[in-house]
Design a protein around this ligand. Structure first.
Ligand code: SF4
Length: 354
């Protein structure tokens, strides 16, 4: 029989006082964060910066986000500035962070805040949820951190901490309600600091491959500590990631410029920039070259998307009649950084020596 998580009423409440005391001493210094000491002096976080960092941090590490956050806030220091940016400029700056729908939503959200909310982020999770690209997690995080709304903020780190704290015998996805309930029941007045404290605990003390229970402010009530902390969270069976296959065609003119085009408005990597590519299909196929020429094969690059793995054969050629190519543009290879090229296509261009 499937084991069951403990009923909510049997859970020892999280000790929010101990968590906050720990946070006051050990909070990580992050560019978008107001330290607990400054917070105590009355400094308020800027909801724009909280929101921006939270969108960037989805599926990405703090270390990766740092440079992007610095560039975005230098280019667009306010939500009004971001809302007035050209979408392509935002996509160019985002390139490399992946999940490009987030960049498009980021821009749309900034425009909505300026147009419908007089340039001020709404002050509750419920209202924040109505913004483009803002899901329940981001809404809760922005509301708690910016406005101290007393809502539970549960990200992947917090899921892990709670899976251990509760010694959950089932995968996290099967105990979401219990985790949320346990966190929500403990949310104190300083809810923004509490939310960030739990994130920090998960990132530093109760980390994926190590649990430093001796230093942990939750150790008193932690059930996982008395068992084997690293046995939690229990892993969920993952569906296998299928492989798709395709070809990328790198065309250059006599000056060495490379032919690029925009992807369609909808679908994966919508509106991003690419060299011409074939469809990505479930079986290997022969290349259908866009122009008849003596193509050179540069081998294969592999890129892993969330739902599939892509094997892309990379081909290049110098075209005799560049003017015959329509629906794209010729780009100086020294200026490819200014193009909204996702990582997968940067890999393909690099394989062809660009
Ligand atoms: S006591 Fe150990 S296992 Fe429990 S939450 Fe803290 S670090 Fe994680």
């Amino acid at each position: 029989m499937m084991p069951k998580p403990p009923p909510a009423q049997q859970v020892i409440p999280l000790d929010s006082d101990a968590v906050l005391a720990w946070y006051d001493r050990h909070a990580r210094t992050l560019p978008w964060r107001v330290s607990p000491a400054d917070r105590a002096k009355g400094v308020r976080p800027d909801p724009y910066r909280v929101w921006l960092s939270e969108i960037m941090l989805q599926q990405t590490t703090v270390a990766t986000v740092g440079d992007y956050y610095a560039r975005f806030t230098a280019l667009w220091p306010t939500v009004a500035a971001l809302s007035g940016a050209i979408l392509n400029d935002v996509l160019v700056e985002w390139a490399g962070l992946g999940y490009y729908a987030r960049a498009r939503n980021l821009h749309a959200c900034a425009q909505t805040v300026v147009r419908d909310h007089t340039g001020t982020f709404p002050d509750s999770a419920e209202k924040l949820l109505t913004l483009p690209g803002v899901g329940p997690y981001t809404a809760a995080a922005v509301a708690a951190i910016s406005y101290d709304e007393r809502v539970a903020v549960v990200d992947g780190n917090v899921d892990r901490v709670l899976a251990r704290y509760l010694a959950l015998p089932v995968p996290v996805r099967d105990a979401k309600d219990l985790i949320r309930h346990t966190v929500q029941a403990a949310v104190p007045e300083r809810s923004g600091d509490f939310a960030q404290a739990l994130m920090d605990l998960g990132a530093t003390i109760c980390a994926p491959r190590a649990a430093n229970c001796l230093l942990c402010p939750l150790s008193q009530g932690c059930a996982g500590r008395r068992l084997e902390p690293l046995a939690f969270p229990v892993k969920a069976e993952k569906p296998e990631r299928p492989t798709r296959y395709g070809h990328a065609f790198i065309m250059r003119d006599a000056d060495g410029d490379v032919f690029l085009r925009s992807r369609p408005d909808k679908g994966l990597l919508a509106k991003m920039t690419e060299p011409p590519v074939s469809d990505w299909v479930s079986a290997k196929s022969e290349p259908d070259f866009p122009v008849a020429a003596d193509w050179r094969h540069h081998g294969q690059i592999v890129h892993v998307f969330t739902h599939f793995r892509l094997e892309l054969e990379v081909w290049s050629v110098t075209v005799a009649q560049p003017e015959a190519l329509a629906d794209g543009w010729w780009a100086d290879p020294r200026r490819l950084d200014a193009e909204a090229l996702p990582t997968v296509f940067r890999k393909a261009l690099a394989a062809a020596g660009l």
